[in-house]
Write a protein of this length. Structure first.
Length: 414
């Protein structure tokens, strides 16, 4: 049996949506992108949604929009995909990495300790679909002792009057926090529509705004749409609608707009998300949990508590008392059985580039601890019950074999 890690969900509705776009003869930014933005507003309850060509480019744009520049600092978790810090570097600022909690999310206490007069933003990452503790993070950025340290240097920084809280929600579309979409708990939430995400546009992302009342949201939406299209006052679709063809470039923008051909894929998926795609992911996650919790080696992933519910993007299996090498042997066993597993993530300080600019994994012990025992199992709507059972039995056998080996090595060493 061959079980891939995370193939995109492509059903007839997706195919029909893409074909409709192709037959329309309009494949770049146009009506399908606008429809997807409207669907994102329905799903997240946000004030505005701007679709772009990737999470990374959206994050770079929003940091620049806020005026983040050389000499500034942005706090990020060490346990994340590289884009979380690379976007800060592309904006010219310094990523200040802090450690994470046992639930994979950024540690609010470490965040508070890392804040300086140069801190302009916090990028909190919802790992595996599990929302960060936004109650504490909002309390921190709004605390008077913290706001007194904030020195606004741009119009947007002056309007906000404090550190900007951005949610890296690449994994958490559909997650909830205190009974509402988790996206509403940050100033800005940025989603990914990469091929392996719960909703995909092949490549793409979406910026959701929930800025305070000091901001004119409609004005910000219009500005950001221009920003994503080279600072151009009129997009190509608008120019074909019988209006004047003339346009202007009014500032130095980016070229990161999403095309309609990509939005068409996401549209077909998002319209099935709450009633079909997300419930199936949840069902698989709970089946994994209900079986693995019979074993003492199983460390349950955070899925649901009194305030939060995951989007079930990943199933981050953790094996108690396993070494990094032992974890890798378990993955190799699964691969030998045709099961593709993954690891989320290699902490950024372990990567060559970040090591070369001074980050050391020894400074983030809990990030390493979570990484060393984590295995991301397949979880997606196309998995059959037979395939899920096959994954489960092979995980159990793989862990059993590895723990036996470990005990044998320890016995021989003694």
């Amino acid at each position: 049996m061959k079980i891939p890690f995370s193939p995109p969900f492509v059903d007839q509705a997706v195919i029909d949506s893409v074909m409709d776009t192709l037959h329309s003869k309009w494949i770049t930014t146009g009506p399908k992108v606008k429809e997807l933005e409207q669907e994102m507003l329905k799903l997240t309850g946000s004030k505005a949604a701007i679709c772009v060509n990737s999470w990374t480019s959206g994050a770079i744009m929003m940091l620049k929009w806020f005026g983040v520049k050389e000499g500034d600092e942005v706090i990020v978790p060490a346990y994340s995909y590289c884009a979380t810090a690379l976007c800060v570097l592309h904006a010219g600022a310094k990523p200040v990495m802090v450690d994470v909690l046992d639930d994979f999310t950024i540690d609010p206490i470490k965040v508070r300790q890392a804040i300086t007069e140069r801190t302009k933003a916090i990028l909190a990452v919802d790992i595996a679909g599990w929302p960060c503790n936004y109650t504490l993070l909002n309390t921190i950025v709004k605390d008077s002792s913290v706001t007194m340290m904030f020195y606004p240097e741009t119009e947007n920084q002056l309007k906000l009057g404090r550190i900007l809280l951005i949610s890296d929600a690449a994994h958490s579309i559909g997650a909830t926090y205190q009974g509402v979409p988790a996206a509403q708990k940050s100033d800005i939430t940025i989603f990914s529509f990469h091929a392996v995400k719960n909703i995909t546009t092949a490549e793409g992302g979406c910026i959701c705004l929930n800025l305070p009342d000091a901001f004119d949201i409609e004005k910000e939406y219009t500005f950001l749409k221009m920003y994503s299209l080279n600072g151009q006052t009129k997009d190509a679709f608008t120019k074909t609608m019988g209006t004047c063809w003339k346009y202007d470039i009014i500032f130095n923008g980016l070229k990161i707009n999403m095309p309609d051909i990509c939005a068409a894929i996401g549209l077909a998926q998002i319209r099935q998300y709450k009633d079909l795609l997300l419930p199936v992911r949840k069902k698989i996650a709970h089946k994994y949990c209900n079986t693995f919790r019979l074993f003492s080696w199983f460390v349950p992933p955070p899925l649901l508590d009194s305030e939060r519910e995951s989007s079930y993007h990943l199933f981050p299996l953790r094996v108690r008392d396993i070494t990094e090498e032992g974890r890798d042997q378990i993955i190799n066993y699964l691969i030998s059985k045709g099961i593709t597993a993954n690891v989320h993530f290699i902490p950024m300080p372990m990567l060559t580039y970040f090591k070369s600019i001074g980050y050391q994994i020894e400074d983030y012990p809990n990030s390493y601890k979570q990484y060393a025992c984590e295995i991301s199992l397949p979880i997606y709507p196309q998995l059959t019950n037979v395939e899920i059972d096959y994954v489960i039995i092979n995980v159990i056998n793989a862990v059993k074999e590895q723990l036996y080996r470990s005990k044998k090595v320890l016995k021989n060493a003694s």
